[in-house]
Design a protein around this ligand. Structure first.
Ligand code: IMP
Length: 427
């Protein structure tokens, strides 16, 4: 049985959580392969709202194995908080959660440095989530990070933490002129976290390769989206990992050929949080209408999301990079009641009309959108269970998106609950 990936095709917050939750009943294993507690997936099950930052969405389904693979940067404090929260909500997690020993820990100095950097007037303000993601990946690339293998070995933890903290405190005090962090408290906290997490720490690469060899169905759950990818997104206004499907192999230790089916998730419009170019952003009442109608406030930080029309060239670029087999188009219901709905179909850059996403960030910054308007619909879509239930204008809009992006739809989401979904071909 093929492995499946579910990847955001925009700047994150596409509604991946709901899609993954929906298809998870077909999965045996659900895997996060990149990012960390910067993600925020909201899933509504029978009216109960769950917000995940680290845990894979499969945790809500009994009998699924959930994996935090080596490419994830894991804040042990957040992870234990989520584990406690879910267990007190009646879900048992411990035997169903595996954490890679090769995953890097996000420690208090990463979070502090993330916030100090963002607050530094001389630096570029990325608008990060402040969760220590960039500094943790920087340590990984700099080969000084602390992995979960280290966290559960007290001697190694002591040595590595002491060396790291001395180094970080020099940065904190001399460059940012802030108060240094204390070693003893940090060590004791990390040691205790390591003791609690130790039963879950394992070689998840081996576990996943074996699962695939046994024909188990593995789901790779993307966080953020292609346009926030460190290599292919709007650098430097990106996250610090490969948040497209190219990150799966390196972030898990399975071969790229293992991924059989790829679903790209896109909203019927577009949002972005944090700084960086967003050509189809609407600064007017229509943008406000999308934000209010779609409840577009960050799941992790609560920040209002910037809103605009769906950017077709960017979505096509995302599809080409990942090789999407199908699209999941979410939040179609939010567009109900608008006289007209728009798509950004190209850009004007320095007086030239282009139809391709321009890639180089300053060009994306200078791109003004070419927007094509289509007839809207007034009907509430919440009860639609098949494509025939959708108003003709909505169907035409979906066809327009798929035709222009070059990928057929597989799922259409018409409301927040699991049941408000139209499925064409189950991924
Ligand atoms: P970081 O990942 O916290 O370093 O933030 C880098 C950029 O990615 C910022 O613009 C964030 O707003 C954005 N970002 C990070 N995680 C998410 C997410 O889950 N959804 C949407 N944007 C995100």
């Amino acid at each position: 049985m093929p492995a499946t990936s579910v990847i955001g095709a925009q700047w994150g917050d596409e509604g991946k959580g709901k899609i993954i939750d929906l298809v998870t009943h077909r999965a045996d294993v659900v895997v996060r392969f990149q990012g960390g507690a910067n993600a925020g997936h909201t899933v509504i099950v029978e009216g109960r709202k769950f917000v995940f930052h680290l845990l894979p969405s499969g945790v809500l389904h009994e009998g699924k194995l959930n994996v935090l693979a080596n490419g994830v940067v894991v804040d042990p404090e957040v992870l234990l908080h989520e584990v406690d929260q879910f267990e007190s909500g009646g879900f048992s997690l411990q035997p169903r959660l595996a954490l890679s020993g090769a995953a890097h820990c996000v420690l208090p100095y990463h979070k502090l440095l993330d916030q100090l950097r963002e607050g530094d007037k001389a630096g570029v303000k990325i608008g990060t989530t402040g969760r220590g993601i960039g500094p943790a990946y920087a340590d990984k690339a700099n080969r000084c990070g602390i992995r979960f293998w280290d966290l559960i070995d007290e001697d190694r933890l002591h040595r590595r933490l002491a060396a790291n903290l001395a180094d970080k405190n020099r940065l904190i005090t001399r460059i940012f002129e802030a108060e240094p962090l204390e070693f003893d408290d940090m060590f004791e906290q990390a040691r205790d976290q390591g003791r609690r997490l130790a039963p879950m720490v394992t070689d998840t690469g081996k576990l996943l390769r074996e699962a695939l060899a046994e024909g188990k169905h593995v789901f790779f759950e993307g966080a953020q989206g292609v346009m926030l990818d460190l290599d292919h997104g709007t650098y430097p206004f990106v996250t610090s990992s490969n948040s497209d499907s190219l990150g799966i192999a390196a972030g898990t230790g399975v071969p790229p050929t293992a991924i059989g089916h790829q679903v790209g998730v896109t909203k019927a419009y577009c949002t972005r949080v944090g700084s960086g170019p967003f050509p189809s952003e609407l600064h007017d009442q229509t943008g406000e209408r999308l934000r209010e109608g779609g409840g577009e406030f960050g799941a992790t930080t609560g920040r209002p999301r910037r809103c605009g029309w769906l950017d077709v060239p960017a979505a096509r670029y995302a599809a080409q990079i990942c090789g999407f087999d199908g699209l999941a188009i979410t939040k179609l219901d939010v567009l109900s009641g608008m006289d007209q709905v728009g798509l950004c179909v190209g850009y004007d850059v320095d007086g030239k009309t282009i139809e391709e996403y321009p890639v180089d960030t300053p060009l994306v910054e200078r791109a003004s959108p070419i927007v094509k308007m289509f007839p809207g619909w007034s009907e509430d879509l919440g009860g639609a269970r098949s494509v025939e239930d959708l108003p003709p204008a909505c169907r035409a809009f979906v066809d327009e998106i798929c035709g222009r992006v070059g990928v057929p739809w597989e799922l259409l989401s018409v409301g927040p609950g699991r049941e408000s979904t139209i499925v064409r071909e189950h991924p």
